[in-house]
Design a protein around this ligand. Structure first.
Ligand SMILES: C[S@@+](CC[C@H](N)C(=O)[O-])C[C@H]1O[C@@H](n2cnc3c(N)ncnc32)[C@H](O)[C@@H]1O
Length: 283
């Protein structure tokens, strides 16, 4: 399926990536079809629910780094998904209350729920956009005054690149963001990965048989390649669960009882994981 298609029917009977993920991270915005899809994926890959939750915990550590340690005060959550706990603006405001956060997504339900639930005041906006078309998106954000490209930006592209099947589209988009943002800007990135070509292939087959979406899990070296000039901060790129782990960070919301039986599975076997880390554009 072409990358720029957004063809899955927006019906409660057809699972969407945002809603399946939202179920896994203990969110409230999902239907039966989404829960069944998440549980069916977990019956094949028991670690997948842990992996989603580890990604959401990584989001907290990345935003904290941007807001607290780097003093960044403008944030772009690219492919933000449905509200979860905590959300980017909640973490950003905890450590830097003047932060302005723009959530960007293309899924109508994400936009509607985000507008209803995520916008406490004019520091936060939910914006419709295709994050793979940064030239259009950044123009809109600049002209609406949401972002000032002369100042550093903290960007998140978490658990999104697997929905972009073509490497070239990813490398072009990431190069565009690099060129557009001020030195001192940061990018947190993650995507579903496996360590062998056979495992990547198995996962891609599994997803393509069940979901009508553009999709590509990748090997770490394929992910490194599309990141282009962005420079990783310590400890570099890898399983995001191991990126500056912090056992004292706030937990995310529990999953329901049916999902709970899969919790901890990633400690036993982890064939797939969210590969990523934090990168920046040096001064
Ligand atoms: C799995 S969710 C990830 C949510 C959040 N980033 C997180 O990591 O907690 C992926 C989200 O990316 C969005 N998405 C995928 N491709 C996109 C694109 N090209 N432009 C905008 N949103 C996109 C989907 O609609 C979905 O809401």
């Amino acid at each position: 399926m072409a990358d720029d298609s957004f063809l899955w029917e927006l019906s409660v009977d057809v699972p969407t990536p945002a809603r399946v993920y939202n179920y896994s991270i203990g969110g409230k915005d999902h239907f039966s079809a989404d829960r069944e899809a998440a549980l069916s994926a977990a019956s094949q890959y028991p670690e997948v629910i842990d992996v989603s939750r580890e990604n959401r915990l990584f989001l907290y550590r990345a935003v904290r780094l941007f807001a607290r340690d780097q003093g960044i005060s403008q944030f772009l959550d690219l492919g933000s998904g449905l509200p979860g706990s905590p959300n980017v603006h909640e973490v950003a405001h905890e450590f830097n209350p003047v932060s302005r956060v723009s959530y960007v997504d293309r899924d109508p339900m994400v936009l509607a729920h985000g507008r209803a639930l995520l916008v406490p005041d004019d520091r936060v906006a939910v914006v419709e956009g295709d994050v793979m078309r940064p030239e259009v998106l950044l123009d809109d954000l600049v002209s609406s005054g949401r972002i000032d490209l002369s100042q550093p930006v903290g960007m998140l592209l978490l658990s999104v690149p697997q929905f972009v099947a073509q490497d070239r589209r990813l490398s072009r988009a990431l190069e565009h963001y690099w060129d557009a943002v001020a030195p001192g800007s940061y990018l947190a990135v993650s995507q579903l990965a496996a360590l062998s070509q056979a495992e990547v292939h198995r996962l891609n087959e599994f997803v393509s048989q069940r979901f009508r979406i553009g999709w590509r899990a990748r090997l770490p070296e394929e992910i490194n390649a599309y990141l282009g000039k962005w420079v990783p901060v310590e400890p570099g790129l890898g399983d995001v669960d191991a990126w500056r782990p912090d056992p004292t960070q706030p937990p995310i919301t529990d999953i329901d009882e049916r999902g709970q039986r899969f919790l901890g599975a990633s400690r036993r076997q982890k064939r797939i994981f969210e590969y990523g880390g934090v990168l920046y554009k040096p001064e």
